[in-house]
Design a protein around this ligand. Structure first.
Ligand code: PMP
Length: 315
């Protein structure tokens, strides 16, 4: 089930009206950029968008890298999300899918001079995108694409072919998730999440120049590891062998939230159970997202959901 209304080029329309031509340039060639933003149900029935501003700022940067024009301000896009959630009368945790895509029916392979379309659609999403109790990963045989061939900083629709291949390979091999190395052999990230490893009191995570998408959850984790755990985070290149030696490991991303890694290439991570600190970070982020924790209230945007009376039938 998808929510029935979509924000499309400034208006709210039905899913049916938000169709894209089979000839659309962006569908044929993957020219577009997208985001994923979570909305959480809070006490009292209101919703809270997590890090909406950061997501739309990244969307603007992605559009700039790809040479696509995004004519809506960050504020307009946040307002669009609020109106979308209200119109759909969303009452549960949801995932918002902003998408800027070349909609023109054109054969030309290029990013400039084509009409584009900006939509935001909503879909229900609980906390099970990846099993929050822990995942078993493999190091993928597929490498993360290199920035000079396909810019990773831009969250490009076409950039997900590699992660899709890696995820399918991992599932077919009996694992839950893939960790991708970059072409230099350094750890980059999982298919749709960033990776953190702990050695004693220090955490490490790959730096932006190792071909990662600079995750917004990653930035939140860097803050919370310092504030909540009182531990240090280093952004530095991570060798494959470090994956097998870490005391603790987790993945993080908007859809995944925080997911402990319990095994890598069939070798246990630490004791082979979800790490305690990873679980603490998971709980803390969720409490912030639901505004149950007064920490970082500025990370969330409240969406007031009017009380909608039950529809009465008059026939
Ligand atoms: N890497 C990739 C390839 C992703 O698709 C995502 C999900 N957007 C992430 C990392 C995590 O980013 P974020 O925390 O901003 O969702």
């Amino acid at each position: 089930m998808q929510y029935p209304y979509v924000f499309l080029d400034g208006s709210l329309v039905t899913l049916d009206e938000a169709r894209l031509s089979i000839h659309a340039n962006g569908l044929q060639y993957g020219v577009g950029t997208f985001e994923g933003i979570r909305a959480f149900r809070c006490a009292g029935g209101n919703l809270a968008l997590l890090a909406a501003r950061a997501h739309f700022e990244r969307m603007h940067r992605s559009a700039a890298i790809l040479g696509l024009s995004l004519s809506y301000s960050v504020e307009d896009l946040i307002l669009g999300c609020q109106r979308l959630l209200q119109k759909n009368e969303v009452q549960d945790d949801a995932y918002l899918r902003p998408l800027l895509v070349l909609s023109e029916e054109s054969l030309q392979v290029r990013t400039h001079g084509h009409r584009s379309r900006l939509s935001i659609a909503a879909t229900p999403l609980g906390l099970n995108y990846i099993d929050p109790k822990g995942v078993r990963c493999m190091v993928s045989t597929w490498r993360r694409n290199i920035d000079c061939a396909l810019p990773n900083r831009a969250k490009a629709t076409g950039g997900y072919l590699g992660p899709a291949l890696a995820k399918t390979e991992a599932l077919e091999c009996g694992f839950d998730e893939a960790i991708m190395l970059n072409v230099d052999g350094h750890v980059a990230e999982a298919t749709t999440s960033n990776v953190f490893l702990r050695f004693g009191n220090t955490w490490i995570t790959p730096p932006p120049q190792d071909d990662i998408l600079e995750g917004i959850t990653r930035a939140e984790m860097m803050t919370l590891i310092d504030e909540v755990l009182g531990q240090k985070v280093l952004e530095r290149s991570v060798d494959r062998s470090e994956l097998y030696a870490a005391d603790e490991m987790f993945l993080c991303g908007t859809a995944a939230m925080v997911v402990p890694v319990t095994a890598i290439d069939r070798r246990p991570v630490g004791a082979g159970r979800p790490g305690e600190r990873s679980l603490e970070l998971q709980q803390t982020l969720l409490a912030i997202a639901r505004r149950e924790n007064s920490r970082h209230e500025d990370w969330t945007t409240v969406v007031t959901m009017a009380v909608v009376p039950h529809a009465r039938s008059f026939h």
